[in-house]
Design a protein around this ligand. Structure first.
Ligand code: HEM
Length: 415
């Protein structure tokens, strides 16, 4: 998805837009459309050729309402747009597809494992994993930031889940296929077949590891899932497998795109920052939050109304599907001044790149540590980065990201 242009929304014909089409996000630019929707149609209905239909919300306030008000909007019929009209086999079993009170029972014990304090104690391990995905110190010339960053969350999450390093490339491939089955780099025949293969491989893999950990528990997250209590019961085998999937997909599908998109934004909009670096470490936290707002890699989430609800621009009826466009909410002019400026002095704290409400990203503390280590070290090693070819944007209506980002890097003197 192109994310740098200041959009011209005046000419957008809202009768003709197709927000479902993954090509809009790889070859086009949704921002003029979202801007027009925030201005003229904050509640917009699209009917697909097969009759399925969904509402879209694009304003920050509505996005927060839909994501957080679980008594009004359920996650149990799927939280991804491709599940529209199909339901969710993991309903009530997987964290992201469960509503409270079941969601709270699952989330409570997992919060302990992924709290800021718990992940901070793993920082040395995370650092080793992150540094391995950076271009080496002194590297000069071309480097594909997107492909190298693809292994970053895998290295971090795999060390938590204790998946052997020889499996990481396969796991990245399968999670990429599951997150963006339409993308030509990952697609195997049809998108539906791609998704089916990815699910089959991943569920098989997690089931094998679950059986092993049940017999030989360790200190890792998979072992924790096999022993933790959600409510009064331990998780079933199926619940363990679904939640392994949710954790690995949550990490792999998003973090690399924030890395690549933020490096691109820095190179294009803040080369002076790149040149001077961040010796005292005060600006990297701002870079992380502005980078998350700017890239908004988890771009859309689905909910279903459980009662009639009035939002800006109209009322959705019980049972209707509603899609929240996170990338739009994070450019809402009512909340962020000059939202199309990549601004490293901005307090971007109100971004909802990690969601909002009960499903707020479980891995946010882990992601923020990984991003801090990556950006601090990148700025320590490099004083310049320029595009060295055309970026290739991911073909997906769920994840906004980059498949390739060829950059030419200039090492910082003395590294
Ligand atoms: C830059 C990185 C990341 C971004 C932008 C991101 C974004 C999000 C968003 C927007 C949600 C809310 C989903 C919803 O409302 O339905 C979410 C939930 C979730 N994320 Fe992340 N995520 C990131 C990294 C991670 C990592 C590293 C992990 C793994 C440890 C992870 C695991 C999860 C899980 C398990 C959920 C479901 C939480 C729940 O339903 O209670 N995410 N994430």
């Amino acid at each position: 998805m192109r994310i740098s242009a200041v959009p011209d929304a005046a000419d957008v014909d809202l009768e003709k837009i197709d927000l479902f089409d993954p090509l809009l996000y790889s070859d086009g630019d949704p921002h003029p459309i979202w801007t027009a929707m925030r201005q003229r149609a904050p509640l917009h209905r699209q009917v697909l050729p097969d009759g399925r239909q969904f509402w879209s919300v694009t304003r920050h306030g509505d996005a927060c309402r839909v994501l957080s008000a679980h008594r009004e909007f359920s996650s149990e019929r799927g939280s991804l747009l491709h599940q529209l009209g199909k339901g969710d086999a993991a309903s009530g079993k997987m964290l992201v597809s469960a509503d409270p009170p079941r969601h709270s029972e699952l989330r409570g014990p997992l919060n302990r494992m992924f709290s800021a304090k718990a992940v901070a104690s793993a920082e040395p391990r995370i650092r080793r994993a992150v540094l391995a995905t950076l271009p080496p110190p002194g590297h000069s010339g071309p480097w594909d930031v997107a492909t190298s960053a693809a292994l970053l969350p895998m290295a971090v999450a795999a060390s938590f889940m204790a998946f052997p390093e020889e499996d990481w490339v396969d796991l990245v491939q399968w999670t990429s296929m599951a997150a963006a089955p339409e993308d030509p780099s990952f697609r195997v025949s049809s998108p539906a077949a791609t998704l089916a293969i990815a699910h089959h491989q991943l569920f098989d893999y997690f089931a094998k590891h679950m059986r092993h950990r049940r017999a030989n528990p360790g200190e890792d997250v998979v072992s924790y899932l096999t022993t933790m209590r959600a409510g009064s019961e331990q998780l079933t085998d199926e619940e363990v497998v679904y939640n392994c999937y949710s954790l690995l997909l949550g990490a792999n599908a998003t973090t690399p795109h924030t890395v690549a998109g933020t490096i691109l934004a820095m190179a294009e909009h803040a080369p002076h920052f790149l040149r001077h670096g961040d010796a005292d470490g005060t600006r990297v936290p701002l870079l992380i939050e502005e980078g998350l707002r700017w890239t908004s890699p988890a771009s859309s989430f689905l909910r279903h109304a459980v009662q009639d609800v009035t939002l800006s621009g109209g009322t959705v009826r019980e049972g209707d599907a509603v899609v929240v466009w996170v990338g739009s909410a994070n450019r809402d002019e009512e909340v962020f001044s000059e939202p199309f400026r990549f601004d490293l002095t901005r307090d971007a704290g109100r971004h909802i790149a990690f969601g909002f409400g009960p499903h707020y990203c479980l891995g946010s503390a882990l992601a923020r540590i990984a991003l801090r280590i990556y950006f601090s070290e990148f700025l320590r090693r490099f004083a310049g980065a320029e595009l060295a070819g055309d970026p290739v944007h991911l073909r997906s209506n769920f994840i906004a990201g980059l498949v390739h980002l060829p950059m030419s890097l200039v090492p910082r003197a003395g590294t």
